[in-house]
Ligand binder design. Structure first.
Ligand code: GDP
Ligand code: MG
Length: 723
């Protein structure tokens, strides 16, 4: 049996430090034998590997860069290949520097030896994000190419298999012939012919290779020739001297240098497109590096807070100008309508119901668009996923799951989201209890519809710290959501936690196109809502605030007084200032009386008893009731409520200025309102969505529970602040 086995001799050649010895050790294990090459100090290492098919004898050749006769190592390697004619030569190549390593491979091929390329250190190549097209390399050089990682013994099997295949089907290895250019090619041809004619050791030395060695001025070959075929040597040497002189004269160089140049030229043509940057892999590597900092235990959260805070700062800084333009535009629309329309219901509807209502919402479009632009950047770049990853550590503490983060963020965890898709995003949570807790708390976040209220109120009452205030509001949303989640998870929805698995996508530089499309989509959705739902609700609320109308005789009381003053002004303009302000006061009182008499006014008034605990008057109540339908309505209703009193005064000012001037408003009330708006019942659409995702029981729970939480906290803060 054993005798039938093929005996294969394999020479391991390669540059120093390419991993030859490592590969050799891994292939042969302990079956090694170390000696010296006869007569010299160069170490000779041999080892064996027995497989089912073959008995392989490995020889670890000394490491060399070339096969000329400059050093003992090169000579030993060359002579082993030439004289022992191993069945296979495995050239172990450091794949990190293919070009330099192939220099040796080319020379082995010129010798006509059966070659296998072992591309070693592939682990390092991959770590650099590079791929090597081995099949292309193999095709171009017409030799098998095997990828290995000698250090971990990877690719060993494949290498052994290839060695066996190569030696079982010994194809006729014709020596590689590469062109050495117009000066040397004809000379090589002529010399080869002379060698063939003189039949000098044709079985050992390929004639063209021998000719090349003469041109390379190889001392060993020259001395062999001189000794064994002096006639041939004389002829060849004459040719060499001639071409050498010619090269010296015309190119100012010598044949050896030309040969090296052409070899490198050949190698670079072989390697064209072989080494490719694996951009995906490189991105992952770069991402890993970035993540070392951005998701660092301590630095990560600090950077995260800085990034989010910067987004707010930048948004307000950039948004200031377009905000003023849009506000100006709606003021202009209001003034124009005021001039063109006759006094009456239509004028009131157009100015108070439509222009002020919708204007209040649209006015925030520039700010929201800019905010969306930044958020899209964070999202598209992959940073948002890191935010989620970092926050996960916190989430577990509160009985939530890592996957709760996306619903939170989408709902407005970073101001500007929407609870509807947020609640739906909770579908990724597998545990029903964690899902429920997420759904019930996600609406506490700063959704895009609450945002205008906050922007308005912070702008009026905290003009110096707008960004900080908004940041704190968002933070409050988070804190309340987490605390409530913890509360629910330890009472109504008790249960164990499930583990977190989440893929972090590699970072990418967002494209402008992507950013604009994403922020445009979100802004457009907001605008569309303003144009349709909000407009409808705005008109409905205007109607509720206008009807039933104050009876004529009650209006007459005010109108008569106003008329008297006007008449006095016409005839006797002595105390003009005093009369004018009296007239203004009467107009205001009339408007108030009208509003109080209306349906909305009655609802607002009847709620005032309770809501005064949180500092809300009946006008605010009207807005908040409207907010149950959609949070955007709060701002538009406030706009309408505060402009109703003014239509007669022929002066339309933006809501912000009205609130700033209004004596019934102060910081305590603003803060209380902010807290309430942030936390109270999810809007109608969200309620329906919650019902769909869970049940109506939980949807109603959210409605009542959130409103109670909101009212409790708003009252608490109001009373503390007004103490
Ligand atoms: P030789 O000079 O060609 O015999 O190379 P060695 O076998 O002595 O290896 C030189 C160095 O490269 C040693 O530190 C090896 O551990 C290392 N090495 C060998 N193969 C690999 C490999 O596939 N990957 C990596 N990363 N290192 C390797
Ligand atoms: Mg070695």
């Amino acid at each position: 049996m054993d005798k039938k086995k093929q005996l294969i001799t394999v020479a391991l050649a390669g540059n120093p430090n390419s991993g030859k010895t490592t590969l050799f050790n891994s292939l042969t294990g302990s079956r090694q034998q170390v000696g010296n090459y006869p007569g010299i100090t160069v170490e000779k290492k041999e080892g064996r590997l027995k497989t089912e098919e073959a008995d392989i004898h490995f020889v670890d050749l000394p490491g060399t860069y070339s096969l000329t006769a400059y050093s003992q190592e090169e000579l030993v390697a060359r002579n082993f290949i030439l004289e022992e004619s191993p069945n296979v030569v495995v050239d172990v190549i450091n794949a990190n520097s293919l070009e330099r390593n192939l220099f040796l491979a080319i020379q082995i091929l010129e010798l006509g030896s059966p070659l296998i390329l072992a591309l070693n250190m592939m682990d390092e190549v991959r770590a650099q994000g590079l791929t090597i097209n081995t099949s292309l390399l193999s095709k171009r050089l017409k030799v098998p190419v095997v990828e290995t990682v000698a250090r971990y013994g990877l690719g060993k099997k494949m290498l052994i298999q290839t060695i066996i295949e190569q030696s079982q089907n010994p194809k006729s290895w014709t020596p590689l012939q590469i062109s050495y250019g117009p000066d040397l090619d004809p000379v090589l041809e002529k010399m080869s012919q002379l060698i063939v004619e003189s039949k000098f050791k044709l079985d050992k030395y390929p004639p063209r290779w021998l000719a090349l060695k003469i041109l390379e001025n190889d001392e060993e070959i020259k001395s062999i020739l001189l000794k064994e075929a002096p006639d041939l040597y004389k002829k060849l040497n004459a040719i060499y001297l001639e071409v050498s002189a010619h090269c010296e004269k015309t190119l100012n160089t010598y044949p050896e240098a030309i040969i090296a140049d052409y070899r490198y030229g050949f190698i670079s043509s072989v390697l064209k497109d072989v080494v490719q940057k694996d951009t995906h892999r490189q991105r992952i590597l770069l991402s890993d590096k970035i993540d070392k900092v951005l998701t660092h235990k301590f630095l990560g959260p600090i950077i995260m807070l800085l990034v989010l805070y910067t987004v707010y700062k930048l948004t307000f800084w950039l948004g200031e100008y377009p905000l003023a333009w849009v506000e100006g535009f709606f003021t202009f629309l209001g003034e124009t309508a005021d001039k063109l329309l006759p006094p009456g219901l239509l004028k009131s509807l157009v100015i108070s119901g439509i222009i002020d209502g919708v204007g209040g919402v649209v006015g925030f479009v520039p700010l929201i668009a800019i905010m969306f632009l930044f958020l899209s950047f964070l999202e598209d770049s992959g940073y948002m996923a890191r935010v989620a990853y970092m926050l996960d550590r916190v989430f577990r503490i509160f009985g939530l799951h890592g996957c709760s983060i996306m619903p939170f963020i989408i709902s407005g965890g970073i101001a500007g989201g929407c609870a509807v898709p947020g609640v739906m995003a909770a579908r990724t949570l597998r545990s029903p209890k964690e899902k429920l807790a997420t759904i019930l708390t996600a609406p506490f976040m700063t959704c895009g519809a609450k945002l205008p209220v906050f922007i308005l109120l912070t702008g009026v009452f905290f003009p110096q710290q707008k960004a900080l205030a908004l940041f704190l509001i968002s933070l409050t949303g988070w804190v309340v959501a987490l605390v409530v989640a913890k509360f629910l998870r330890s009472t109504l929805i008790k249960g164990p936690a499930t583990p977190f698995v989440m893929e972090l996508p590699p970072y990418r530089l967002p494209t402008w196109q992507g950013l604009f499309i994403h922020s445009y989509e979100k802004t457009w959705m907001y605008l569309k809502k303003a144009g349709t739902v909000i407009l409808a609700i705005s008109i409905l609320i205007w109607a509720m605030m206008t009807f039933p109308q104050l009876p004529q005789e009650k209006q007459a009381v005010y109108l008569n007084q106003i008329e008297t003053i006007e008449n006095t002004l016409k005839t006797n303009p002595v105390e003009k200032e005093k009369l004018l302000s009296e007239k203004e006061k009467l107009a205001f009182e009339l408007a108030q009386a009208k509003l109080t008499y209306s349906l909305a006014g009655r609802i607002g008034k009847s709620l005032e008893k309770i809501t005064s605990l949180a500092g809300f008057d009946w006008k605010t109540n009207i807005a908040l009731v409207g907010g149950f339908a959609a949070k955007e309505v709060i701002i538009s209703t406030l706009g309408t409520a505060y402009s109703l009193g003014e239509v007669e005064v022929e002066e339309a000012t933006p809501l912000a200025q009205k609130l700033a001037k209004d004596p019934t408003w102060d910081k305590a009330k603003a803060i209380s309102l902010i807290i309430f708006v942030l936390l109270y019942a999810p809007c109608m659409v969200t309620i329906v969505t919650i019902a769909r995702e869970t049940s109506w029981k939980w949807a109603l729970f959210a409605l009542v529970f959130n409103t109670l939480v909101a009212f409790a906290l708003a009252s608490l803060s109001y009373n503390l602040l007004t103490l």
